[in-house]
Design a protein around this ligand. Sequence first.
Ligand code: DCP
Ligand code: MG
Length: 601
Amino acid sequence: MSSPEDRIIVLIDMDCFFCQVESRDQPHLKGHPLVVSQNNVVLAVSYEARALGVTRFIRSEEAKKKCPSINIVNSPISHGKSDNTKYRMAGQEVIQVLKQHCETMERASIDEAYLDITKLVESRLESSLNTLRDQKTSLANTFVVGYSGVSNDEAERSEGLQRWLKQVLDDIHDDQARRLATAAMIVEELRKEILEKCSFTCSAGISHNKALAKLACGLHKPNKQTILTTSEIPELFKSIPVNKVRNLGGKIGKQLMENFDCRVMADLMRFSQQELMKTFDEKTAKWLFNIARGIDHELVTPRLTCKSIAASKNFFGKAAITDLEGLKEWVGELAGDLVERLQQDLEDNQRRATTLTVSFQYLVEKKTVSQSKSCGMGTYKRERIAETAFDIISRNMQMPIVLISLGANKFVEVQKTGRFMEYFKRDGEKKSSETEEGERGRPRVEEMSGIALKEKKDVLESDGANLVKLKEIFPDLEDIDQSVLQLLPIELQNEATLYMKGKDKSEECKNTISGGNSSGMKTVRSEVSSGNRSLKIGCGECREMIPGDKYSEHCDFHIAQNLQESFNQSLEYSRTRIRDRRSPRRNKTRRIESYFGKLED
Ligand code: DCP
Ligand code: MG
């Protein structure tokens, strides 16, 4: 491939997806006007209902008024809010079919996926062109931009397609077009297989990048596919509104219309990158300059799962949350919903979210104010997530609250293949064969004496590799979920216990210091100082091997560091700055500072 634009990219988008899922469950709805509503708002409209003027986002009653014969299905409710699990799982069925044919696939939404089929096309180029030449396939649902007309008229489609195909097959030099024709054959097959296996129709866009594939896909629906060649872009862009292009639907599109008077994509061609940089940053300006010419370098990132999982709810009008009781109730519901989905996701995709993002909106003088805060997530426990969310939102104390969203993101894999448990079993097997190597050079436990023996044994038996593994599963080791912990092989359970002990120990000391008594710290020192000074001791906090005679000093450093961190956190969260310079907190901070000063000396 000489350039990224030589890629063959496809967008598959399911037709009126929620409606198809519902009519698969209730076949008597198939072929009839149908809408799927959530909270009385229409989210999906069947093509039969669209033909009768029903549109998305109207209220169910309005849909009924427009089309008295309409069937209205309310989507399932769970935790007091709409539950899309059924639709998500149906989308997953389609992904499973596509996965059999294409590795480079990115799930873009509940019913959309991008596929990079460049390699597949290469491998089938010659044979597919022969098939097309021999007219063994009719590409029955394929449209070609610039050839097949803008409507879904079949005669026009067929005539235009044949004209284009003749050109493609005669001109052996138009490699791009030949590869797009091959792609069209492959996509017809994929769509047929989806219909056979899942009973869903879908539409597709076939072109050289994500933006063009997405644009092409929307041109002919339902149950159709559209080829967009680069040579047709200038003409097509004369009629494409700016906000219909991927990534231009929001603020950027609005700025282009307001600041540059761009109505259609062809208008954007008039501006140089420098001119665009007067409004946009360099990266955006460059992207806009390229997209005006149909160029988009964004790769299809292999990803079959969504980047984040969120449980959200709007609280419109009288439903707005006005007190802490209401807030507590709803964060509990949303956390419950989130946890159910995260647990399912863990089972399905063997990954754990590491970050929790709490977003909420409240009204101030009838204006909506949005806030969002992210923090580490080391547990899938409903209560802990609810507490964290409650803490974040209530700290703000602004009412009424009109939206709450609890999102989990930054996922880490917990295994590459096979089941969760098998992974750890395999890993455990590997570990035992590595034990000999890992043991070399370590002091024998019997070499130690006194009270410190037990603690040192624990520390010394700890293995850095185990800690790395443990961190893959529990990125926030501060908050380990015991129920999941019990599923792990014993060495990882031990590692976690050791880690927690190390934490408890420093917590204990922290508490003692905060209370104005330093005896806890001294105890740790005296225990450790009874050990063999020639040995190195693994630090339970930072995992470094520390010479025995430096160990107590090292522990003190962590104690002070932890204390400092906890002060920093409370300072960050505090809404009012410390005003009283003589406050006890200030005195404590000074003590820590002087302690660090002492260490540096
Ligand atoms: N959906 C939703 N909320 C939105 C938009 C869509 O819950 N704001 C749901 C309902 C849709 C599904 O997601 O059925 C897929 O969205 P699409 O935009 O792909 O719309 P459809 O699949 O319904 O129709 P189309 O045939 O135009 O793709
Ligand atoms: Mg769709």
